[in-house]
Design a protein around this ligand. Structure first.
Ligand code: SF4
Ligand code: SF4
Length: 382
């Protein structure tokens, strides 16, 4: 039986979340043509914008949970419709009014984050276990930089090498940095895009309180998602800091001569522009600058790159959802990387790297290509 939608309440939430920008849409269909879902299945973004103009969309439709917030459609929309805000507003209405079906994976992840501060549901007290043999300091007042490694790099053994490489590089460059303890929580970026605004607000308030109490002024992030949310969304809640993604900081260290390469990396590498560093924040040059500074590296571009990059499929909470074989964007991306002869697919986002590593295994490509964080590649050549 379909849930009864409390019409006025749903409309109010959608308006509050900025979803009424759909009224600007003039149905050109460019968004549908741009959306990566249409590479693997039909997904009519234009149709949903039209439904939103007429009243309310079908909240029971699984399509409500597909958008990966890649920003490709927003960049192309001639009417400036913030299409991601429209999806986010629908998801918030579903979440707050209990209408429509929230995917089980999202429910479980939200419960984990709200309970222990991380999507994996791991013990808070184990948050910094990955640093045990690295001698990383806890951030204290007066330190230059807070390093935030992201829950994924923190708890996932497959991704920890990126955080470990970052720490080793920062030490080699004599950077004054520290990390926060188990009280640090998920940044909340994907939680917000998945429609759980109240959980986002509580995570953000808690992290901002910690940052302010510790006297944080400059933050370096491993994840483009943490980067985006600390830089562009925490200021709404009076959390104002200088926020830099690690690859930008790496470029700065190399330019300033604070890192010295001593080895050649004779590899053909292609770089995957993550949506949240690229299309959401226009950072395209620094990752390429860093890779080209590594002696021996040949940098090649895939069919889709820079603003035209293809999402890995992990944004908007999709990193927590099961995406069936045949519909994984990361599989297509891996084929693109292999097509240009790359032996390494370089990335700077834990979600992208997790998805690509999965695709490498499920597509039996271990002998052909590997996926690494740029920090790992830099460390290999130091
Ligand atoms: S691109 Fe913009 S104007 Fe065109 S259909 Fe999509 S939302 Fe509407
Ligand atoms: S943000 Fe990306 S996934 Fe979402 S509707 Fe637009 S193009 Fe599709």
């Amino acid at each position: 039986m379909q849930a009864v939608v409390p019409f006025q309440e749903a409309v109010d939430i959608i308006k509050e979340e900025g979803g009424d920008v759909a009224k600007l849409c003039y149905q050109c269909g460019l968004c549908t043509g741009t959306c990566p879902w249409n590479l693997v299945r039909g997904f009519l973004v234009r149709k949903t914008m039209h439904q939103a103009q007429l009243g309310l969309p079908d909240f029971e439709d699984d399509d409500m949970w597909l958008c990966v917030t890649c920003n490709a459609c927003v960049k192309r929309c001639p009417r400036g419709v913030e299409i991601i805000d429209v999806w986010r507003s629908f998801r918030r209405a579903i979440t707050e009014l209990g209408i429509g079906g929230i995917p089980d994976a999202l429910r479980i992840t939200s419960k984990n984050i709200s309970g222990v501060g991380n999507p994996q549901g791991e013990d808070r007290e184990k948050r910094n276990d990955w640093t045990r043999d690295l001698g990383v300091k806890t951030f204290t007042k007066g330190m230059e930089i807070l390093y935030v490694p992201c829950c994924y790099n923190t708890y996932d053994p497959q991704l920890q090498p990126a955080a470990r490489a970052t720490v080793e590089i920062l030490k080699k460059a004599n950077v004054d940095f520290g990390i926060l303890g188990p009280e640090m929580s998920c940044c909340g970026e994907s939680v917000r895009k998945a429609g759980n605004e109240s959980l986002f607000q509580s995570l953000a308030q808690s992290n901002i309180g910690l940052f302010n109490e510790a006297g944080v002024t400059r933050i370096i992030t491993a994840s483009p998602h943490c980067f985006h949310t600390f830089k562009n969304e925490y200021p709404e809640l009076e959390g104002k800091y200088e926020v830099v993604h690690f690859v930008q900081f790496l470029a700065e260290l190399i330019r300033d001569g604070r890192l010295e390469f001593t080895k050649e990396l004779k590899k053909t590498i292609t770089y995957h522009d993550s949506c949240y560093l690229g299309r959401h924040n226009d950072i395209y040059d620094e990752p390429r600058e860093v890779l080209q500074a590594i002696p021996g590296v040949e940098l090649v571009e895939m069919a889709n790159h820079h603003e035209d990059s293809l999402c890995c499929g992990g944004g908007g909470g999709r990193i927590w959802a099961e995406t069936k074989k045949g519909e994984r964007f990361s599989d297509i991306r891996l084929e693109q990387a292999a097509d240009v002869g790359a032996s390494v697919l370089a990335a700077v986002c834990p979600y992208c790297i997790a998805n690509f590593k999965d695709s490498i295994v499920t597509m039996n490509k271990e002998e052909v290509i590997e996926c690494k964080d740029i920090a790992e590649l830099v460390l290999e050549a130091l």
